[in-house]
Every structure is written in C-alpha cells, then in structure tokens.
Design a protein around this ligand. Structure first.
Ligand SMILES: Cc1cc2nc3c(=O)[nH]c(=O)nc-3n(C[C@H](O)[C@H](O)[C@H](O)COP(=O)(O)OP(=O)(O)OC[C@H]3O[C@@H](n4cnc5c(N)ncnc54)[C@H](O)[C@@H]3O)c2cc1C
Length: 400
C-alpha cells in the first residue's frame, strides 16, 4: 500500500484488516486520500473552508453511508470499516474527516439505527449519496458535558412540534461561508420532565423549516478548520410530527448508543494523526543531518520515534479490537468506547507534538503537515466527550 511518507507498513496486520473487504477498503481510501484529499488539505485549513465538492465524492465511493444497509443506499459495512475510513482520512486531513464523521456517524448512522422505515426510505438515499449534508445538534451554549440539562424545548401543538432554543458547536451546522444550513439536523430537545428527570426527544429538522437558521459560523478555531462549526437557532421552529424520531422521551437511549460509535471513530481519527506524525518523524530523521549524522542516530530522537511507534500500535490494537466487538444496533460498548477515546486521543496529540519536536523549526510551519495535525488533535480531547467525562464514565462503570 502506498504510504504518505515512509515504507514502514503500520497497518498491514490482520487485526486492522480482518477480511479481504477491509483490506480493499483501506487501499481504496488511501489511494483517494493521496490523490484528492492531501493536495487540498493545507489550503482548506488556512482558508477555514469545508470542501463540499470533495465531500460529495465520498458519496460516490460509498463512504457517506458506510454503515447503512445497502437497501437504503449505503455500503452495509461494520464499525471496523468505519474505523478504517476515519483513520485513513484523518491521516491526511482531520478537519475534513471531522465533517465526514459528523455526517456519516452522527447523522446518517444514527438515522439508520433509530429512524422509522418511512424516515429511512425518504432521507437515507439523499445523505448516502452526498446530495444532502447532515449534522447532529446536542451541545448548547450553556450545556456541554452536562448535556441532560439542555434548555432547547419542543412542544406538540396540533400536527407540529414547536422547537425553541440554541445549539452550539455544531459540525456541518453550515456548509459554506454564506451560512447555508445543513440539509438535515438531528436535534435533541426537552419535551418534559418525568419523576424529576428531563425527558429528551429527537427531531429531524430540515433546511427550509420555518424558524430554523444558522446563528453564526464559528471562526478562528485552533484546528479542525476544514470543517464548519456553527451555532443553530430554533425560534418557534415548526417540525412536523412525522419528524419525531422514535417515541417521545426516548432520546437518552439513542444518544448513548450513538455516542459509542462516535467515540470509537474519533479515536480512529487520533490513530490517523498518530500514524502520519510517526511516518513524518521517521522520514525526516533519515533525511536531516546534524553534527554529521542523521537525526535518528541521536538517542533522544530515537526515544521520540520508538515511544510513538509503540504507543500507536498499542492504541490501534485497542481501537480495532473495540470496533471488532461493536454492534451498531445495540448498546453495550460504553466502557471501551470511552476507553479508546481517552487513550488514543491524548497519545495522538502527544505523538504529533513529538513530530514537531523532531522536525524542529520545519515542524512548526504548515508545509510539513505536523503542526496542522497537532492543532487538529487537540479537539479530539474535547469533542464527543471531554477526557474528564471519559474518566468519570469509566470509573462509574468499573465501581458499579
Ligand atoms: C470543533 C468542535 C466541534 C463540535 N461538534 C459538535 C457537534 O457536531 N455536535 C454537538 O452536539 N457538539 C459538538 N461539539 C461540542 C462538544 O461536544 C463539547 O464542546 C463538549 O462536549 C464539551 O462541552 P463544553 O464545551 O460545553 O464544555 P463543558 O462541559 O463546559 O466543560 C468545561 C470543562 O469542565 C470539565 N467538566 C465538566 N463537567 C465535569 C465533571 N462533572 N467533572 C469533571 N470535569 C467536568 C470538562 O471536562 C471541561 O474540561 C463540538 C465542539 C467543538 C469545539
């Protein structure tokens, strides 16, 4: 398989490609990444611009509905295939990959698992092909980790639910600089309280619904600049009753189940960053000389390389093993989805940091890629659950 920067094959193990189909998928995505994703990555990061045309090509490759049954226009693949896609895209352009994740995992997979037959027949073909872009809106200006406290409300009035509130930090919340909203948003809102607990329900909100608009595109992010992040506003937004997902009050179940695949694929993105950073370190340490010797002959550089290799391999084994054991239609992977995200994201960020160190001044500027990977890596310790949330969840499950 072609590599970005080195002849070392870091992903040629059965655990990472258990079937011929997985191996071919990885090769197909890697070729696409080298030909089409890599050449545009720096420019889109600099411009803080989402590459919608490139995103739509992922639909032609069958990646936008990677986990969706073929009957609805998807590719019918498993969570391990989704991990391969995220690792490969993220090794080149984590920002672009985050937009892919928000669409393919947070919206498309969520709908495929939890939507009604009518909702799936109507919407999945559009989002699997790339004709339409999806997003998921859970976080709010005042509620992130403490998500069950959300303030957005939905009230049934006749044939419509009326949504009021604001959602914050929504990836794909807008799809261009003009603030055009996503075609579909998976929105969580409060529909009441039962026994003192908030009742959350899920709504399919569509572009053009009265009262749904983009509040602002969030600019000047540290990293992930090739994905758009936006605030969404729901002001007496009229959502037809048919767009309620599942039963009223049943959202916590959806939310927790989808967080599992979200966390595993975010961990896979960290693997892509780690692997690319390691490849960059190895290559540069052979080419660059100091004191008449290649950099890799210095013990301190060897430590950066060797620890990064071992950490990448260890976290990759954990991520792929967790993906192998996951089922999309059932919860039950909570402990390890928190576990892989906790470990892989920080290791990914640390490996990108070492790569900058090994490349010295050249590592600190855009052309050599690793500074972009390092900036992008930080988000993975925050989005989809902060490190502290994973620590809390893991401990809660272990002491139960
Ligand atoms: C670029 C980007 C893209 C995003 N995309 C999406 C998206 O598509 N959809 C979406 O819904 N959200 C999205 N988010 C939001 C993201 O999921 C939240 O930022 C994240 O959940 C943290 O919430 P918060 O920012 O409100 O931080 P807070 O919850 O306010 O946390 C602040 C700090 O307090 C800590 N903290 C909070 N509670 C506890 C506790 N009980 N114990 C210990 N420490 C605690 C946190 O760990 C953190 O360190 C995105 C965010 C960013 C930055």
């Amino acid at each position: 398989m072609a590599q970005h920067d080195t002849t070392v094959n870091l992903t040629g193990f059965d655990l990472f490609n258990p079937t011929e189909e997985h191996k071919m998928l990885r090769e197909m995505i890697r070729s696409f990444v080298l030909a089409e994703v890599e050449p545009q990555a720096l420019e889109h990061d600099r411009a803080e611009r989402f590459n919608l045309a490139l995103f739509r090509k992922l639909g032609e490759l069958g990646l936008l509905g990677i986990t969706v049954p073929e009957a609805y226009g998807g590719s019918g693949l498993d969570p391990l295939a989704a991990v391969i896609a995220h690792e490969e895209l993220s090794a080149s352009d984590p920002g672009f990959c985050l937009a892919y994740l928000a669409h393919a995992m947070l919206f498309v997979n969520n709908l495929a698992v939890n939507g009604s037959e009518d909702q799936k027949r109507r919407v999945l073909p559009l989002v699997c092909s790339g004709e339409a872009v999806g997003a998921m809106a859970m976080s709010e200006p005042n509620y992130g980790t403490d998500v069950l406290g959300m303030e957005t409300t939905a009230e049934l009035k006749g044939n419509h639910y009326v949504l009021n509130g604001r959602k914050m930090w929504i990836t794909n919340g807008c799809i261009d600089d003009a603030g055009t909203p996503a075609d579909f948003v998976w929105v969580y809102a409060r529909t009441g309280t039962k026994n003192g607990k908030p009742q959350l329900s899920t709504f399919l909100v569509e572009k053009g619904f009265a009262g749904y608009e983009v509040g602002q595109k969030i600019r000047d992010k540290t990293g992930m600049r090739a994905s758009n992040t936006a605030e969404l506003v729901f002001n007496n937004c009229q959502v037809p009753k048919e767009n309620l997902i599942g039963a009223e009050g049943s959202s916590i179940h959806h939310m927790m189940r989808n967080l599992e695949i979200e966390r595993v694929t975010l961990a896979a993105m960290a693997l892509g960053i780690a692997r690319r950073s390691l490849e960059a370190m190895v290559k540069y340490s052979k080419e660059r000389h100091a004191f008449g010797q290649p950099l890799h002959s210095f013990g301190q550089v060897q430590r950066h390389i060797a620890e990064s290799y071992a950490e990448y391999r260890a976290s990759a084994c954990y991520v792929y093993d967790t993906a192998r054991r996951m089922r999309l239609d059932a919860a039950g992977n909570r402990l390890d989805s928190d576990g892989v995200k906790l470990i892989a994201t920080t290791l990914g960020k640390n490996i990108a940091d070492r790569a900058i160190q090994v490349l010295g001044g050249y590592g600190y500027v855009g052309e050599y890629v690793v500074e972009r990977l390092w900036r992008d890596a930080k988000l993975l310790e925050i989005g989809g659950g902060t490190l502290e949330a994973h620590q809390k969840n893991i401990t809660r499950d272990l002491v139960r």
